[in-house]
Write a protein that binds this ligand. Structure first.
Ligand SMILES: Cc1cc2nc3c(=O)[nH]c(=O)nc-3n(C[C@H](O)[C@H](O)[C@H](O)COP(=O)(O)OP(=O)(O)OC[C@H]3O[C@@H](n4cnc5c(N)ncnc54)[C@H](O)[C@@H]3O)c2cc1C
Length: 187
């Protein structure tokens, strides 16, 4: 697999939940990451010995946008977590992309997406991409499970999308089958 190397500048950092960051990066003018919705990038995390550790993060944005959006869940004691904790607007991040084969196939079949926590990230990219291409020609059902309803992020955005797109179907349910996940939200 051949990746391209990039350096992008952090232009926005939001702490949307106590353990969830949403980061937006800008590439140099004229550059864009050529990827398929659902793919991920390989973040290079600088180490003291001058080398770097690699950590993988799915692109949350759709491929048609100029900026890159990442969702990073804090993992206590994690190498990339410490790096992202310290990241400030204006800092640069080196990465390689695109990687991964978890992408949506064209076709007429309805789609069911089932995710917990940051598993939502590649699905968000796919949903935004499908919507960007025009009115949906098939139904998309997104089931997103968290321990508590209050842990959901991107909630308002998905609510709005569901209002605009009749082929999103929204309901809320609690699933006894996915314990300990007991808040399931479906679009
Ligand atoms: C395809 C793919 C896509 C992904 N997309 C996302 C995404 O969109 N968002 C996201 O948040 N994550 C995503 N991940 C997970 C992400 O790549 C990282 O694994 C995660 O963020 C943790 O990285 P970290 O460097 O912070 O933690 P790590 O440094 O990898 O540490 C993980 C845990 O292990 C412990 N640990 C580390 N070293 C040791 C040791 N020597 N002894 C004992 N314990 C140790 C740490 O304390 C920590 O609790 C994805 C993973 C894959 C495979």
């Amino acid at each position: 697999m051949s990746f391209q190397s990039y350096t992008a500048k952090l232009i926005d950092k939001k702490t949307v939940k106590p353990d969830i960051y949403i980061l937006t990066f800008a590439l140099p003018p004229g550059q864009r990451v050529d990827f398929v919705a659902g793919q991920y990038l390989i973040m290079h995390v600088p180490q003291k010995n001058g080398e770097f550790a690699r950590r993988l993060y799915s692109m949350a944005n759709s491929p048609d946008t100029d900026t890159i959006e990442l969702v990073v869940k804090r993992v206590e004691g994690g190498v990339a977590t410490k790096y992202v904790d310290a990241m400030k607007v204006g800092d640069e991040m080196a990465f390689q992309a695109p990687a991964g084969v978890f992408t949506m196939k064209d076709g007429g079949r309805d789609i069911i997406m089932l995710a917990t926590n940051t598993g939502i990230v590649p699905f968000r990219s796919m949903i935004l991409d499908e919507v960007h291409k025009g009115p949906l020609t098939r139904d998309i059902h997104l089931y997103w499970g968290m321990r508590r309803f209050s842990e959901l992020y991107y909630f308002d955005e998905f609510e709005e999308l569901a209002q605009k797109e009749p082929r999103f179907h929204r309901s809320r349910a609690h699933s006894p089958h996915l314990a300990p996940v007991h808040a399931i939200w479906a679009v």
